[in-house]
Design a protein around this ligand. Structure first.
Ligand SMILES: Cc1cc2nc3c(=O)[nH]c(=O)nc-3n(C[C@H](O)[C@H](O)[C@H](O)COP(=O)(O)O)c2cc1C
Length: 438
């Protein structure tokens, strides 16, 4: 496969490493693609032929692990997280170019290989689509991953959580009775994918955040219909409007693998559809997909790392994938007892979907649930080391959040008290064998 764009480089990189899987038989996007990819969650699967869509290819589970991200950007984890948090506050300008990768015009959505992932889903879905809109008062653009369900040949219904920047911009336009020119971008520069998952400050040009992540300007072309700056290297682009109308969206099996019933979505009217030659459709898997979890967690881990660096000697942080990102664990090298609790407050307030935070000492491997559990078991005194906050902002993906999206947060200080003897908490190493019987 030729790797002439950053997206295709990422696909090639995943195929060359990680024991990726190439499916050369024709596969139906209707329930078959997801059934095959679901058996390989975490591993990239490349589909060479899609039934009913000649010329199209598809890929699943691209940015599905820390290792893949670190390899693609040639950065160690700490530097990678710093790069993301720095980019969010120091965007770099994009470069406007004439030539787009997506030069082919299609008549409608029906020519795109939109998958149906689960039989209970409300329809065919675009899950790797990023919605691009402009802030009305400036040239800055907001870009955000949102799932979009096909309504008919020229309409999509998309999900949007209350309070996200895309939601706020839609509400402002709705109050003025205006529809918003918008584009949906599928399969593009991975830096844009990170920027689209990251909650940059209100008003920030998130395409410029992508430039900062790249370390060089992101090439954008003026959208032929909307005039929006669209990442030039995209595989598929849909231009149109976000209407003021609300429409049914769902049911859909989300990233936790749980079904969300039919809800209210926003209506996207399609005006133009474009694709690259031999396009690669990014079929971002729902239902415990490692890629979804990775994309969601990276910006939050980057934000927490940045906050903790200011408060303590920070070592590492992870949003545990097995908790569906409701749990966050950080390790620190504390010098006073209060530091761990201060770190917990910073962690729990960094993103609304976090429910439970744990802080451990630097010697604990936070990627080992067994080590974290042992630290909790040995270090926590429940009446002294647990913080509980009621009625904080939660998210609709949490099945225990209230209808007005409130929920409780809990922090566990699982660090050893400074004055407690180390020996009571640390395992004694086995004697060395000195090479005998090895
Ligand atoms: C793969 C993926 C799919 C997502 N789908 C949705 C979605 O359907 N609705 C939503 O509100 N947020 C969704 N998100 C989260 C938003 O993209 C993310 O919070 C983003 O930062 C919101 O940006 P904004 O606040 O600038 O609009 C998704 C994230 C990822 C990585």
């Amino acid at each position: 496969m030729t790797a002439d764009t950053e997206f295709r480089k990422l696909v090639k990189d995943s195929l060359d490493h990680d024991r990726a899987c190439v499916v050369s038989d024709e596969v139906d996007p209707w329930l078959e693609l997801s059934a095959i990819a679901a058996k390989k969650l975490g591993t990239t699967v490349f589909f060479e032929k899609l039934k009913g869509y000649p010329g199209f290819r598809a890929v699943t589970e691209l940015l599905s692990s820390d290792t893949k991200c670190e390899r693609f950007w040639s950065k160690e984890r700490g530097d990678f997280l710093s790069m993301i948090s720095t980019a969010a506050v120091s965007p770099q300008p994009c470069r406007v170019v004439e030539k787009a990768h997506f030069t082919r015009r299609l008549k409608s959505l029906d020519e795109l290989p939109l998958p149906r992932f689960f039989s209970s889903d409300g329809g065919k879905y675009i899950t790797g689509g990023m919605i691009l809109i402009k802030y009305p008062e400036s040239d800055a653009c907001n870009i955000s991953f949102n799932r979009l369900m096909q309504v008919d040949s020229m309409h999509l219904a998309f999900n949007i959580h209350k309070g996200k920047h895309t939601d706020l911009l839609c509400r402002d336009a709705e109050e003025k009775g205006r529809r918003i020119p918008a584009a949906v971008v599928i399969g593009t520069d991975p830096a844009v994918m990170i920027a689209a998952s990251a909650p940059a400050p209100w008003g920030t040009d998130e395409l410029a955040v992508a430039s900062a992540i790249r370390g060089r300007p992101l090439d954008v072309v003026r959208g032929p219909y909307t005039g929006l700056p669209i990442p030039a290297e995209s595989e598929i682009v849909i231009e149109g409007y976000i209407e003021t109308d609300k429409v049914p969206e769902g049911p859909f099996v989300d990233y936790l693998g749980v079904m969300h019933g039919q809800g209210t979505g926003r209506l996207f009217s399609v005006e133009k559809v474009y694709c690259a030659e031999n396009p690669i459709f990014h079929a971002l898997m729902p239902g415990n997909s490692q890629e979804h979890l990775e994309l969601m967690s990276l910006p939050v881990e980057a934000e927490i790392a940045q906050r903790l660096r200011k408060l303590t000697r920070f070592v590492d942080v992870t949003l545990t994938r097995s908790s569906g990102l409701f749990h966050v664990v950080a390790s620190i090298r504390k010098s006073t007892d209060g530091e761990a609790k201060t770190a917990l407050l910073a962690m729990l307030s960094s993103y609304p979907f976090l429910k439970h935070a744990v802080v451990v000492d630097e010697n604990v491997n936070i990627r080992s649930i067994a080590e974290v559990e042992k630290a909790i078991a040995l270090c926590v005194q429940a009446d002294q080391d647990v913080i509980i906050v009621s009625g904080a902002k939660a998210t609709m993906v949490d099945p225990r959040s209230t209808s007005d999206l409130l929920g409780a947060k809990m922090g566990l200080d699982a660090t050893r008290p400074i004055n407690a003897g180390k020996e009571k908490f640390q395992a004694v190493p086995w004697p060395e064998t000195e090479g005998k019987n090895e």
